[in-house]
Design a protein around this ligand. Structure first.
Ligand SMILES: [Zn+2]
Length: 203
């Protein structure tokens, strides 16, 4: 059961992540048509990445020198891209996906400095919310007016014992009716709130 909940939450997370990435693609497309230089830069950046991987594989000895040159080229291109964005009133990180949770980038998990993976606080909170709601719903299945039994309350009127001039049973039936009326008139702005008071631990 708990596993099913986690699985369906992770499916939701996957969808959120995909949506964030699709949204980025859409924004990119718009930006490329507005500023064609951005498309040139991005194309160059991705081809540099592919070429560098090939070069390192083919010639591992010279890779460090090659890397240095490559990094300079890449950071120049990235700077140019950032400048285009800023100059035109866009944030410098406009070309990154907007995730609901930046900690886990909508994956539900985070990796620490020692490469240990743990559940992100956003996913933990969602699981807690679900189990909390479930426990309330479970309580409602057992504890509702259909199972109400006034016979637990005495039918005896005893002012000195119960401090009421009606029996506890009559009293609880009055309370029950008031609760039902409260529910029926829940949407009525004129209706008043209910306040339950009593010693700690009573319900
Ligand atoms: Zn998260």
């Amino acid at each position: 059961m708990a596993n099913d909940i986690l699985k369906s939450l992770l499916r939701e997370y996957e969808q959120k992540k995909i949506n964030a990435e699709l949204n980025l693609e859409e924004r990119k497309k718009n930006m490329y048509s507005l500023f064609p230089r951005l498309l040139e830069i991005d194309t160059e950046l991705s081809s540099l990445g592919i070429n560098s991987a090939k070069a390192i594989l083919n010639n591992p000895e010279n890779s460090s020198e090659y890397y240095k040159k490559l990094n300079i080229k890449i950071s120049k291109l990235k700077d140019e891209k950032k400048n285009i964005l800023l100059k035109n009133g866009y944030p410098a990180d406009f070309f990154t996906p907007v995730y609901e949770c930046n900690n886990c980038k909508d994956t539900g998990y985070v990796v620490d400095n020692n490469f240990n993976t743990s559940m992100c606080s956003c996913l933990k909170q969602k699981l807690l919310d679900i189990s909390f709601n479930k426990s309330i719903m479970y309580g409602l299945k057992k504890e509702n007016f259909d199972n109400f039994n006034e016979n637990y309350f005495s039918d005896e009127v005893d002012l000195s014992k119960y401090k009421f001039n009606i029996s506890p049973r009559k009293n609880i039936l009055n309370i029950k009716n008031q609760c039902i009326n409260f529910i029926k008139n829940f949407d009525n702005l004129e209706s008043k709130n209910l306040l339950f008071t009593g010693a700690t631990g009573l319900r």
